[in-house]
Design a binder for this molecule. Structure first.
Ligand SMILES: Cc1cc2nc3c(=O)[nH]c(=O)nc-3n(C[C@H](O)[C@H](O)[C@H](O)COP(=O)(O)O)c2cc1C
Length: 186
């Protein structure tokens, strides 16, 4: 099983990176092949709304690092997508990536990609400074639904709270919880 992690925080040693890697580690212990991409290392432009992806079968025509991710997505059985909460939502980096999925994952427009993208498993991982786990629930539920509409099989949504006062990696039992999410993906 091939599992790919995406870290949509600029902080490679931050809470989101830690959570995504802990989930991947749990999957690796069960024999999965893992790979992780840090958006801060990549040059990914926002969708240009050119609809080039809808002309023929070529997919997105923007020639940037998202092309590497389309390639990785093709070979993935499952994805772990991590974002910090910024102003009550996913980070801008996460949103740019999500918009670029439109070229291949919008079932209404991209039947040619339907087969290779069919029912990929997805784990969402959010981290937030605020300790209130319910604070962004409406947004998190909405985001889960949005990925389900793109036909991802959303297996789990991890929300790590209170990172302002205590980094994720110092939270008791959290590593085990994250690893368990990863192992149950396999
Ligand atoms: C621009 C910005 C906006 C933020 N907005 C929120 C917010 O609305 N609610 C919240 O609880 N935390 C907010 N935070 C805190 C982050 O969500 C939190 O520190 C997160 O764990 C950072 O993840 P990282 O360590 O992976 O970068 C914000 C942080 C930044 C930099």
């Amino acid at each position: 099983m091939n599992i790919i992690g995406f870290v949509a925080s600029p902080r490679k040693k931050g809470n989101t990176a830690w959570a995504v890697n802990a989930i991947l580690e749990g999957a690796k212990e069960q024999g999965a092949k893992i790979q992780v991409f840090y958006f801060n290392d990549l040059d990914i432009k926002p969708c240009q709304s050119c609809y080039g992806c809808k002309k023929g079968n070529q997919g997105c025509i923007i020639n940037d690092d998202m092309q590497k991710l389309y390639g990785a997505l093709k070979s993935a059985d499952a994805l772990v997508f991590g974002s910090p909460i910024y102003m009550g939502q996913m980070s801008a980096q996460a949103k740019i990536f999500t918009d670029r999925l439109y070229a291949q994952f919008s079932p209404r427009f991209s039947p040619q990609f339907k087969e290779e993208n069919a029912a990929k498993k997805l784990v969402l991982a959010f981290t937030q400074g605020n300790p209130d786990a319910g604070l962004f629930q409406t947004y998190i539920d909405y985001t889960k639904k949005m990925f389900q509409l793109l036909e991802f099989d959303v297996k789990d949504v991890a929300v790590i709270t209170g990172t302002r006062s205590e980094p994720a990696q110092e939270k008791k039992d959290l590593q085990t919880a994250m690893k368990n999410i990863g192992s149950s993906l396999v």
